[in-house]
Design a protein around this ligand. Structure first.
Ligand code: CP
Ligand code: NVA
Length: 322
C-alpha cells in the first residue's frame, strides 16, 4: 500500500472528492496501486479504527452502499446510512446544520445526490471530507474502480484505448476525465444529442494534451474499431426523464453486441458500471460472455474506495484526537 511522507496521497488527507479531476495523475495512479495492494492483502490492523462516515443517499444504490459500508467495516470504521430518498438534502434542515452536526460526530460524508450543486454546497460548509458517491454530472468512485479493473485486465493504463458507447452521462464524464488524466485514449460514441457535456469534453481534452493522448467524441459507430476496452452504461440514468420508445430507437444502434465487440478488437474487454439492462444498452451474450469483466469491476469498488478513504480519512483528518 502506498503510504508515508513521499506518497502522492499524503497531501489528500482531509480533502474532498467531488470530481475525479480533484485528483492529479500521480494521486489517481497511487490510489489504483493502493487498491490493488489492498485487494491482495486486506489491512488487518484496523487503520481507521474509531472512525465513522455518514452515507447520505438521495438515490438508490446496491454496489456503492454495500462497498462503502463493507469497506469501512474492513478498515475498522463504521458507516451510518442516512436515507434521503424521500427528503432531499437541505429540505428537513439546512445543509449548514446537517454538515455542522455531522462534522462533530463522524469523519467523512459520503453523498449520493441528485444535483452536483448539493455535494459542492456540502463540501463548502464541511470541515470533514465529502466524497461524491454519484451525482448528475459525475461518478468519481466508479472511475477509480474502473481504472483498477483496466489495470488488472489490460495490464496497464498508459496508452490503453477505451471506447465508451451509449449515453454521455455522469459515468462517461468521470471516465473520460480519468482516462485523459492518466493517459488513456478515450473514444466516446453516442447518438446525436446524447454526447457528454461540452465542459467535460473540453476539460478532458486539456488533460489529454498534457498526457499526449486523444479524446474523440462522435456519433459514428465506425470509431469503435481498435480498442482495448468497450464500456457502456444505462440509457436512462437515475432522475432522468423516462426512456421513451422514440429515445430508445435512437440508442438502438449503440447497443453493445457481439458484432460490436468483434469490431473493437479480439482482445477487447467489456465493462459496465451496473445496474445493467440486458437487451437495451448491452446484449446478454456480451455482458454474460467471456470478454465481460463486470463483476471484477463491481468488486473493485470496495478496494478503490478503501484506498481513497485511507487517503482522505487518514490520521490527520476529522475530529481532533489530541
Ligand atoms: N455502479 C454503481 O454505482 O452501482 P449502484 O448504483 O448500485 O451503487
Ligand atoms: N448513469 C447511471 C449510473 C448508475 C450507477 C445513473 O446515474 O443512474
Amino acid at each position: 500500500m502506498t503510504t508515508g511522507a513521499t506518497s502522492p496521497l499524503t497531501s489528500l488527507a482531509g480533502s474532498h472528492l467531488l470530481s475525479i479531476a480533484d485528483l492529479d495523475r500521480d494521486q489517481i495512479l497511487a490510489i489504483v496501486e493502493s487498491a490493488i495492494a489492498i485487494k491482495k492483502n486486506q489491512p488487518t490492523d484496523a487503520p481507521l479504527a474509531g472512525r465513522s462516515a455518514a452515507l447520505i443517499f438521495e438515490k438508490p444504490s446496491l454496489r456503492t452502499r454495500v462497498s462503502f459500508e463493507v469497506g469501512l467495516f474492513r478498515l475498522g470504521a463504521q458507516g451510518v446510512y442516512l436515507d434521503h430518498s424521500t427528503s432531499p438534502i437541505g429540505k428537513r434542515e439546512s445543509v449548514e446544520d446537517l454538515a455542522g452536526y455531522l462534522q462533530r460526530t463522524v469523519h467523512a460524508i459520503i453523498a449520493r445526490v441528485n444535483s452536483h450543486a448539493v455535494v459542492k454546497s456540502l463540501a463548502s460548509v464541511s470541515g470533514i471530507p465529502v466524497i461524491n458517491a454519484l451525482c448528475d454530472l459525475e461518478h468519481p468512485c466508479q472511475a477509480l474502480a474502473d481504472l483498477v479493473t483496466i489495470r488488472e485486465h489490460v495490464g496497464r493504463l498508459g496508452g490503453v484505448r477505451l471506447a465508451y458507447v451509449g449515453d454521455g452521462n455522469n459515468v462517461c464524464h468521470s471516465l473520460m476525465l480519468a482516462g485523459a488524466i492518466v493517459g488513456m485514449h478515450v473514444t466516446v460514441v453516442t447518438p446525436e444529442g446524447r454526447g457528454p457535456r461540452s465542459e467535460f469534453v473540453n476539460a478532458a481534452r486539456r488533460y489529454a494534451e498534457e498526457s499526449g493522448v486523444q479524446i474523440v467524441v462522435t456519433s459514428d459507430l465506425g470509431a469503435i474499431e481498435n480498442h482495448d476496452v468497450v464500456y457502456t452504461d444505462t440509457w436512462e440514468s437515475m432522475g432522468e426523464p423516462e426512456l421513451t420508445p422514440e429515445k430508445a430507437r435512437a440508442f438502438e444502434p449503440y447497443r453493445v453486441t457481439p458484432a460490436m465487440m468483434s469490431k473493437a478488437g479480439t482482445g477487447a474487454v467489456f465493462m459496465h458500471c451496473m445496474p445493467a439492462h440486458r437487451g437495451e444498452e448491452v446484449d446478454a451474450a456480451v455482458i454474460d460472455g467471456p470478454t465481460s469483466v463486470v463483476y471484477d469491476q463491481a468488486e473493485n469498488r470496495l478496494y478503490a474506495q478503501n484506498a481513497l478513504m485511507l487517503a482522505l480519512m487518514g490520521p490527520r483528518t476529522g475530529i481532533s484526537e489530541e
